[in-house]
Write a protein of this length. Structure first.
Length: 319
């Protein structure tokens, strides 16, 4: 046997007989020539002609590494491929939990994001295949474990924005595996740990002029440490107070009463003075939308009459 231009090497048949078979492990690339030489009992040599040529091509080697192999969905891992003697490459990614092929394509792959919307940990198998012009092929396999994706979702049960008493109830609509814990951050510097389906919290506004915004955040943390956040802004209208005073309340008809308006936070355009007979709301009527009023009361009957003057203060938010 001769390799390329090297010195020929003699190979003795395994059995030591003329019918023997020579087994050779060719582990190095190169061109090998095999010549069979027979020697007769009389010392005569005979060689096969022509020699048998065997070419061993350079192997293709599929090498790759992942930046991470375990994490929370959606989980992205960088892929560092270092193939050797490859003219083509192909990637196959399989979900071993379902048996589905989630990715199959030729060419390079630099990263992949693994989903998991189920409630159990998933295992993915990555197979990297390289080949060269000689038809040599190699495979390399790696596995990735992906924890279920955490979810945080909630909705307010009460109307938003809010008026006094400024309390809102929320429903936790998150769907997560057992063992998930929830934390509420109310946007006012306080937090609450609660796994209850619903929860309430006050959002007071002590001003009479400005709306206040509270950023409410719900955080879900699964048993594996996967985290999801969701945020909603709760708007709290300013408070409004209705306070009035009268310069007198009893006199002979006709008499005029001056009412002083001490209310705060109202919008005059939508606030109003209302007069009604005492104890008879069906007799109520709007008499003015001014800040302060003077009202003259008449009584042409032979009995005393009582009237109620009400100021309905309404702010811009409708509170």
């Amino acid at each position: 046997m001769q390799v390329d231009a090297a010195v020929p090497v003699s190979l003795v048949p395994d059995s030591g007989s003329v019918a023997g078979t020579v087994a050779v492990d060719l582990t190095s690339p190169g061109v090998y020539e095999f010549t069979l030489q027979a020697t007769s009992p009389f010392g005569c040599n005979y060689s096969s002609s022509p020699p048998v040529t065997v070419t061993i091509a350079q192997p293709s080697v599929a090498n790759f590494n992942l930046s991470d192999t375990i994490g929370c969905a959606p989980f992205t891992s960088s892929i560092i491929a270092t193939p050797v003697n490859a003219t083509s490459e192909r990637w196959l990614i399989e979900d071993l939990n379902t048996g589905d092929t989630v990715y199959a394509a030729a060419g390079p792959l630099f990263f992949y994001t693994f989903p998991n919307l189920s409630d159990t940990t998933k295992t993915y198998q990555l197979t990297y295949t390289t080949s060269n012009a000689a038809g040599c092929q190699d495979d390399s396999v790696a596995f990735v474990r992906v924890f279920p994706q955490a979810e945080a979702s909630f909705r307010p049960l009460d109307a938003i924005p809010v008026c006094q008493p400024f309390e809102v109830s929320f429903v936790n609509e998150s769907s997560n595996p057992a063992g998930t814990n929830y934390n509420w951050s109310w946007g006012d510097g306080t937090t609450t740990d609660s796994n209850a389906d619903s929860i309430s919290h006050p959002f007071p506004n002590s001003t009479f002029t400005a709306n206040l915004n509270f950023s409410v955040r719900l955080r879900a943390t699964t048993a594996e440490g996967c985290i999801a956040d969701t945020l909603q802004v709760i708007e709290s209208f300013p408070q409004v107070s209705a306070t009035i005073s009268a310069d007198r309340s009893t006199d002979c008809a006709p008499f005029t009463v001056n009412f002083n308006n001490l209310s705060q936070g109202q919008n005059l355009a939508i606030s109003s003075w209302i007069m009604q007979e005492a104890g008879n709301p069906t007799s109520a009527s709007v008499i003015s939308s001014d800040l302060s009023i003077s009202q003259t009361f008449q009584n042409t009957t032979d009995t005393a009459r009582q009237y109620e003057i009400i100021y309905q203060a309404v702010n811009t938010g409708g509170c």
